[in-house]
Design a protein. Structure first.
Length: 161
């Protein structure tokens, strides 16, 4: 191609600037993701993101956040019945304001879950996949809630005596 045959800047930029369509790009990228798998080249393995995550990660993330909300409710109920908060960081917050405690707990849990879903295909400390860590957190919350429920039952049994 000769220099005279190349289009000028005004001719090349006659179409609409696609960078200005932010919401359209978000919607289009949501339904037509491009990055579904890790990169194929070894050079690209340093850090990569995906547009498409597995659907089971959504279920695990939602379950963790819901169990965290249930944990906050059970913690406040137990504190109302005479229990003591063992976590010193949360104890400083929960005794001042229950609303701040719940918001802080949900914010920290939600942020951590978002981060773990974002890097779910990576390995934590190059040993364990983060996806497995998400499942362990889910199981941990289930065990914690069963323990708190048993504490509530024991407190109710003691109150009846």
């Amino acid at each position: 191609m000769k220099l005279e045959d190349r289009p000028t800047d005004s001719e090349r930029r006659s179409w609409a600037d696609r960078r200005r369509r932010h919401w359209w790009s978000v919607l289009y990228g949501n339904f037509n993701p491009r990055r579904r798998r890790p990169p194929r080249r070894l050079d690209d393995l340093s850090f990569h993101t995906l547009d498409w995550h597995a659907s089971h990660l959504l279920a695990v993330a939602m379950a963790i956040v819901l169990l965290s909300a249930a944990d906050a409710f059970m913690t406040l109920t137990l504190l109302d019945r005479g229990a003591v908060e063992v976590n010193p960081f949360m104890a400083a917050v929960v005794y001042k304001s229950a609303a701040v405690f719940a918001a802080l707990k949900m914010g920290m849990t939600g942020g951590a879950v978002l981060l773990m879903v974002y890097v779910a295909r990576y390995r934590f400390m190059r040993v364990v996949r983060v996806e497995l860590v998400l499942y362990c957190v889910l199981i941990g919350y289930a065990v914690l809630l069963s323990y708190e429920f048993r504490m509530l039952q024991t407190a109710a049994d003691i109150a009846e005596l």
